[in-house]
Design a protein around this ligand. Structure first.
Ligand SMILES: Nc1ncnc2c1ncn2[C@@H]1O[C@H](C[S@+](CC[C@H]([NH3+])C(=O)[O-])CC(=O)[O-])[C@@H](O)[C@H]1O
Ligand SMILES: O=C(O)C(=O)Cc1ccccc1
Length: 243
């Protein structure tokens, strides 16, 4: 059961970096639903595309699976021979995911693993790998290696789907996109204090790339075709196909 996000509602006396701890995990579905424009539609599109490319007998990996929202929505669209693997480095998130995914475990193999994406090994039998709002939390130094490792282990005709917050290459547009994004947060009921305290907490941990940097990252890793399938100001969805 998810509660309303009040994490940044009161003044914070000792500022600290944003962490996916127990407090955040308990309100995460409300937080992400009110903080990411078109979150439900992004989930739907991600699941549609994942189902298009998921091959029977293969595995679908969700890196940074959080509370298991994507895996749960994916389940009814996939052949029962397909194994679901959720990876996250927050035990509190995985506890929420285990609860949410319990009902489907009788029908399919679901593996939830506590691991750091920056140091996990190859992902065997992957036809689809998802990173929905996760790559942006990986330290830039590690992003190339992770993309290459995902590509190397992936089956032919497989896909990597990433959803990312973006930086605009143009400073004026960048400011305007962020202004419109904060207007969106206000419409979702977040106060000025909540918006500014969360911005500060995320500053060193959520590091957005420009669209061109993400495309180059995926192409350099080996993906033959890279295409954006979603865009709302500074949020994007990108699908990368291995031929
Ligand atoms: N190095 C890492 N290794 C493993 N997990 C990590 C790492 N860094 C961050 N995470 C995990 O990645 C997730 C990012 S949230 C994903 C939303 C979800 N995909 C959704 O579609 O609802 C995005 C957001 O909150 O904006 C968190 O659960 C972290 O614990
Ligand atoms: O709130 C933000 O600024 C975001 O980019 C989305 C988000 C959602 C949940 C946790 C961290 C960031």
């Amino acid at each position: 059961m998810t509660r309303t996000d009040q994490i940044f509602a009161d003044p914070i006396t000792r500022p600290h970096d944003f962490a996916f701890d127990g407090k955040v995990a308990g309100v995460f579905d409300d937080m992400v639903g009110r903080s990411v424009p078109y979150y439900d539609e992004i989930q739907r599109m991600t699941c549609e595309l994942a189902a298009d490319f998921a091959q029977p007998g293969s595995a679908v990996y969700d890196l940074g699976c959080s509370t298991g929202t994507t895996l749960l929505q994916l389940h009814p669209r996939l052949d029962p021979s397909i194994r679901l693997v959720g990876i996250d480095n927050s035990q509190a998130m995985l506890d929420q995911a285990a609860e949410k995914l319990a009902p489907i475990r009788a029908q399919r193999e679901v593996d939830l693993r506590l691991a750091d994406i920056e140091s996990t090994g190859p992902l065997p039998q992957a036809s689809v790998v998802l990173m929905v709002l996760t790559l942006q939390f990986v330290r830039p130094l590690h992003r190339d290696r992770i993309a290459r490792r995902i590509f190397d282990g992936m089956q032919k005709n497989g896909v990597l789907i990433i959803v990312e917050k973006l930086l605009s290459a143009d400073s004026t547009l960048n400011r305007l996109f962020i202004d419109h994004y904060y207007d969106y947060k206000r419409r979702q009921g977040y106060s000025e204090l909540e918006i500014s305290q969360k911005r500060e907490a995320l500053e060193n941990v959520l590091i957005p790339y420009r669209m061109e940097e993400n495309v180059a990252l995926l192409k350099d890793a080996g993906f033959a075709h890279v295409e954006d399938f979603f865009r709302w100001y500074n949020f994007s969805g990108i699908v990368a196909v291995k031929k």
